[in-house]
Design a protein around this ligand. Structure first.
Ligand code: AP5
Length: 245
């Protein structure tokens, strides 16, 4: 699952995970869990996350590699927020190839900058379960400040402060577009218009997943529909639409 900060990756990955019965693996949630538990990994990651920067590749790749080695990941996962750089994408291919697998579909949720900022500034998340995500306007909880699912208090993320949001967009979009191009080159990119209501985005993503076939190691072909819109758009234009430089 690829997309700018606030594009809806976490929201959609949680829905897809439930619908298709695969674990939802979010690199951001894994980092936040480590920060909460005050682990060495959490301490390392926090410095970068507070500045809106990407956590270094070696730290991130090791964390995801450990997670994918867990038994529940043996039949596949929905990856949310990883890979985020070309080096991470190459490392993922190597990790999966060792198990005879490959990326079946790269799902890119495309959202314009103004909408991203509205989404991040209105987001509230459950303090107990990170993938219970709400929005003041688009998805308000039944009772203000309380998670519908488990009754835990809702909180705002530290990195949703306006200055950190600006830094996240500026620093993280250029490497993300390299990853989008990486998967376009391999014929597995699916671009979904993310400015639509949540349910419409879910339906479009489910269609992409349903038409993607698991591929044996090394085969880069897929039946998943890739409209190529992202790959065909010049990099400068894409960055301008999403607020990058
Ligand atoms: P991470 O947690 O992955 O943050 P992110 O990529 O910036 O994405 P977000 O979680 O902010 O947004 P989202 O796309 O999941 O949107 P959401 O569904 O919540 O990473 C955090 C940090 O960790 C990074 O900044 C980096 O430092 C580090 N990191 C993580 N992965 C890394 C990696 N691979 N390498 C290096 N560093 C890494 O939706 C947002 C809001 O919009 C919600 O309120 C939601 O309710 C609402 N919404 C969703 N869809 C819609 C819709 N269709 N219409 C209206 N509202 C909607």
């Amino acid at each position: 699952m690829l997309g700018a900060p606030g594009a809806g990756k976490g929201t959609q990955a949680a829905l897809l995970a439930e619908r298709i019965g695969m674990p939802h693996v979010s690199s951001g949630d894994l980092f936040r869990d480590n920060i909460k538990r005050d682990t060495d990994l959490g301490k390392k990651a926090k410095k970068f996350m507070d500045q809106g920067a990407l956590v270094p590749d070696d730290v991130t790749i090791a964390m995801i590699s450990d997670r994918l080695a867990k038994p529940d990941a043996a039949d596949g996962v929905i990856l949310d927020g990883f890979p985020r750089t070309r080096a991470q994408a190459e490392a993922l291919d190597k990790m999966l190839a060792k198990k005879g697998g490959a990326v079946a579909a790269a799902l890119y949720i495309d959202v314009e900058r103004d909408e991203l900022i509205k989404r991040l500034s209105g987001r509230w998340v459950c303090s107990q379960q990170a993938d219970h995500v709400y929005h003041e306007i688009a998805k308000p909880p039944k009772k203000a400040g309380v998670c519908d699912v488990d009754g835990a208090p809702l909180v705002q993320r530290d990195d949703d402060k306006p200055q950190t949001v600006a830094a996240r967009l500026e620093k993280q979009l250029p490497p993300m577009f390299e990853v989008v191009d990486y998967y376009a080159d391999r014929g597995v990119l699916n671009t979904v218009e993310g400015d639509k209501p949540m349910e419409a985005v879910t339906i479009a993503l489910l269609h992409c997943v349903a038409t993607a076939v698991p591929r044996p190691n090394g085969d880069t072909k897929t039946t998943a529909a890739s409209n190529g819109r992202t790959a065909a758009t010049p990099p400068a234009e894409r960055l301008a639409r999403s607020g990058g430089r």
